[in-house]
Design a protein around this ligand. Structure first.
Ligand code: DC
Length: 217
């Protein structure tokens, strides 16, 4: 089975790339951020908003995660993303989720000719022997603009839009910093990853670049 690892910053285009590649080649895809987001969502439901309060019971949430259910849930809020990034610094939680991801790859072997995982530590930790590794990034200003567009909000005043953009930039910088400076499995490009900056290219142009690399053109 071909294995493709895609890592990168939030809103860099890595998720869209992973989905498009999976569609193109008929590979299975796992957005590993959803695992961390699901645990964060369950914690928020219990009014726990810090990674310090993780208890044995919370690890059970991670152990019982159902991959198919993850896609159906709304896990894409900034609140969930922020807590996901915080709890992702905890080594015990990462151990459990690492196992889950490896289990997913193993179970896919007999059903698919390839698998694509996207996240923060796929090329370095989860799939160190991946056939292809990509690290996707873009300037924080561009990434925040993409997030704002996804929200599809119509602003009455230009200033409100600027304010929201500034706050998204601030949140993203904080998350980038937490993700890339944590002690366990930080967000860093694998030595053998293809680094692509998507600041000035579209999702389709990114797909084209990656397909060329995979197909050796
Ligand atoms: O990709 P995302 O924005 O949905 O991820 C949310 C958070 O989860 C991210 O800020 C850090 C954490 N995460 C991680 O530590 N390792 C992964 N492989 C995927 C996500």
């Amino acid at each position: 089975m071909m294995k493709i690892a895609i890592d990168g910053t939030a809103a860099s285009g890595k998720g869209t790339l992973a989905r498009k590649l999976a569609d193109k080649y008929g590979f299975v895809h796992l957005d590993t951020g959803l695992l961390y987001r699901k645990v964060a969502k369950e914690l928020i439901k219990q009014n726990k908003n810090s990674s310090e309060s993780l208890k044995e019971y919370d690890y059970e949430i991670a152990k019982d995660l159902d991959f198919l259910e993850l896609r159906k849930e709304d896990l894409r809020t900034e609140e969930i993303a922020k807590l996901a990034s915080l709890i992702a610094t905890q080594s015990k939680l990462r151990e459990i989720l690492d196992l889950k991801q490896k289990q997913f790859v193993d179970e896919s072997k007999n059903k698919f000719s390839g698998c694509i995982l996207d996240g923060r530590d796929i090329g370095t930790k989860i799939l160190p022997n991946a056939d292809f590794k990509f690290f996707i990034d873009a300037s924080v200003e561009i990434r925040a603009k993409r997030r704002l567009l996804e929200k599809n909000i119509s602003f009455l005043h230009e200033n409100d839009e600027k304010c929201m953009l500034q706050s998204l930039i601030k949140e993203m910088k904080a998350r980038d910093s937490l993700d890339s400076t944590r002690v366990v499995a930080p967000l860093v490009p694998a030595k053998d990853a293809h680094f692509i900056d998507t600041s000035l290219i579209s999702a389709d142009e990114l797909l084209l670049k990656v397909v060329k690399i995979i197909e050796g053109k």
